[in-house]
Design a protein around this ligand. Structure first.
Ligand code: GSH
Length: 321
């Protein structure tokens, strides 16, 4: 996928995303605003003002879609699903307000140049867009889910707090571990440019899964006795694991199905509103195998595996739902 350089689209080479040792380099997100209910908020909370652009294949975008649903923000924050990444990056069939498709396709990079005409950087999803100010509020998924959790105040239909203050330190700590080993870990394996970088990244993924397998043998959720943001952040990677990361990203020392606790945990979450109903495995497979030609040049999408995420999860004895 290319990128914007001073507001112009450039088809770049993926090698530019690597460190000198061949390990994958993930650049920092550029837009870091917050929606808030306080009167001086830079982006004031309001129904219908903000719009979320995601792609069904993207795990970072997926966590924002889950949080939007869990917080009852469906009617407050609009949603657009992008299709396959192609020439000039992510596209959708619809734009927003005056930003509309010119040739039947709306290029997500137009949000970036509308917000900042000389933007230089990657064009990523998710994007939280402010329709009134015609600006990007935020394009960092970790922050967007916190915005959804607390930034809309009473506009959120569900008051359930995904990140209570009392658990915050533990949530932040497990999030760091999950990001390093799992969420970004699979990308470091899949996008490695040298054997050594791949070996190290792949081993780290399984070290992370081994640790989480232990933890989830004793408790129903990652943190404490309740669902939190930490679970929202782990789920998108786990649900893609056997269909995508095992083969496409070569994380194949074990399948997720070989970890009984993680596998049950995945199905436990999948059964809940906001989780399973935001998963489209065929679109996920098309996005990776069909969209990442640097990893899979033929674009052929494998037929399997067939996974029944609705099998009984057997986790009820570990704590309350
Ligand atoms: N830090 C960002 C990363 C998002 C991200 O990497 N999204 C991918 C899709 S899964 C993307 O849009 N990649 C396009 C690119 O890097 O050019 C976040 O978590 O929101």
């Amino acid at each position: 996928m290319g990128m914007l350089v001073e507001g112009k689209w450039l088809e770049d080479d993926v090698a530019r995303r690597s460190n000198a040792d061949g390990s994958f380099l993930r650049p920092a997100s550029a837009f870091r605003g917050r929606v808030g209910t306080e009167s001086a908020a830079e982006f004031p909370a309001a129904a219908g003002r903000y719009h979320l652009f995601i792609a069904p294949s993207c795990p970072w975008a997926h966590r924002t879609a889950i949080a939007r649903r869990l917080k009852g923000l469906d009617a407050v924050v609009g949603l657009t699903l992008a299709g396959l990444p192609r020439f000039e990056g992510w596209t959708a069939s619809d734009g927003v307000d005056d930003l509309q498709p010119a040739d039947g396709r709306f290029y997500i990079h137009r949000l970036y140049t509308a917000a900042q005409p000389d933007y230089t950087g990657r064009v990523t999803v998710p994007v939280l867009w402010d329709r009134q100010a015609r600006r990007i509020v935020n394009n960092e998924s970790a922050e967007i889910i916190r915005i959804f959790n607390s930034g809309f105040g009473k506009l959120a239909g569900v008051p359930f707090d995904l990140c209570p203050d009392t658990l915050r330190a533990e949530i932040d700590s497990i999030n760091d571990f999950v990001y390093e080993h799992i969420n970004n870990g699979v990308y470091r394996a899949g996008f490695a440019r040298t054997q050594e970088a791949y070996d190290a990244a792949c081993r780290k993924v399984f070290h992370g899964l081994d640790e989480l397998e232990q933890r989830l043998g004793k408790q129903r959720y990652l943190v404490g006795t309740r669902l939190t943001e930490a679970d929202v952040r782990l789920f998108p990677t786990l649900v893609r694991f056997d269909s995508v990361y095992y083969s496409h990203f070569k994380c194949n020392l074990k399948r997720l199905a070989d970890y009984p606790n993680l596998d049950g945990y995945l199905r436990d979450l999948y059964a809940r509103p906001g989780f399973g109903d935001t998963v489209d495995i065929e679109a996920i497979k098309r996005g990776y195998y069909g969209g990442q030609k640097n990893v899979n040049p033929t674009g052929i999408v494998p037929l399997g595996p067939h996974i029944d995420f609705s099998r009984p999860h057997g986790r009820d004895a570990l704590g309350p739902a």
